[in-house]
Design a protein around this ligand. Structure first.
Ligand SMILES: Nc1nc2c(ncn2[C@@H]2O[C@H](COP(=O)(O)OP(=O)(O)OP(=O)(O)O)[C@@H](O)[C@H]2O)c(=O)[nH]1
Ligand SMILES: [Mg+2]
Length: 213
């Protein structure tokens, strides 16, 4: 019997307020974009299956965190049970890029003793005339921090699928290599879910079925 999903990964989405985290998640899980988006209060939850190879699906549990400082104590508590995440900044807001290192340091501190795999996301690439961060400098920062880098737009649905797929594949490869392990008291990675099998004995007693034994 084929598993519905082979692994479940818990991912967190972090970054300054208004960089577009909730819009990115809504585009990925609901396929929608709305220009008006309320700031997230504490943490929101999303989920989606991703097919990484034909027939091999991974369930993503996605935590959308509030970027506003006043919610920091709540959002901090979600790092520990996450195996990875998107670290998002706004390409049209230089300050959000300057804060990337602070977000990364905070995540690393709270995830101890576990490790967390991040993908750096330069968001709102649909606004090239307002760009305040070049691709080169973002790539340089990502490399220095051991992350991959991608540019996205929730508005135009650019690289949204790719960003989550790249991160999921990256984590999957590390799980396969044994660099990340399933742990009893940790929710970051769970192993597969196989649906209930209908046993032949149950089939035999179904109304209208006759037993020939
Ligand atoms: N042009 C453009 N605007 C976007 C994009 N994604 C989000 N926005 C806008 O950016 C603003 C903030 O988006 P949110 O997704 O609410 O930002 P957030 O990072 O979740 O903010 P917090 O919940 O406060 O942390 C909204 O006005 C969105 O419409 C995008 O890809 N392109
Ligand atoms: Mg939000």
């Amino acid at each position: 019997m084929e598993a519905i999903w082979i692994y479940q990964f818990r991912l967190i989405v972090i970054g300054d307020s208004t960089v577009g985290k909730s819009c990115l998640l809504r585009r990925f899980t609901e396929g929608k974009f709305t220009d008006v988006s309320d700031p997230t209060v504490g943490v929101d939850f999303f989920a989606r299956l991703v097919e990484i190879e034909p027939g091999k699906r991974i369930k993503l549990q996605l935590w959308d965190t509030a970027g506003q400082e006043r919610f920091r104590s709540i959002t901090r508590s979600y790092y520990r049970n996450s195996v990875g995440g998107l670290l998002v900044f706004d390409l049209t807001n230089r300050r959000s890029f300057e804060h990337v290192k602070d977000w990364l340091d905070e995540a690393k501190m709270h995830v101890q003793p576990f490790k967390i795999v991040f993908l750096l996301v330069g968001h709102k690439c649909d606004l090239p005339s307002q760009r305040q961060v070049t691709r080169e400098e973002a790539e340089k920062l990502a490399l220095a921090c051991g992350m991959k880098y991608i540019e996205t737009s929730a508005k135009e649905a650019t690289n949204v699928e790719e960003s989550f797929t790249v991160l999921t594949r990256d984590i999957y490869e590390r799980v396969k290599k044994g660099e990340i392990n399933i742990e009893e008291d940790w929710e970051g990675v769970k192993s597969g879910f196989i649906p209930n099998v209908v046993h032949s004995s149950e089939e035999a007693v179904k109304p209208g079925k006759r037993c020939f034994c």
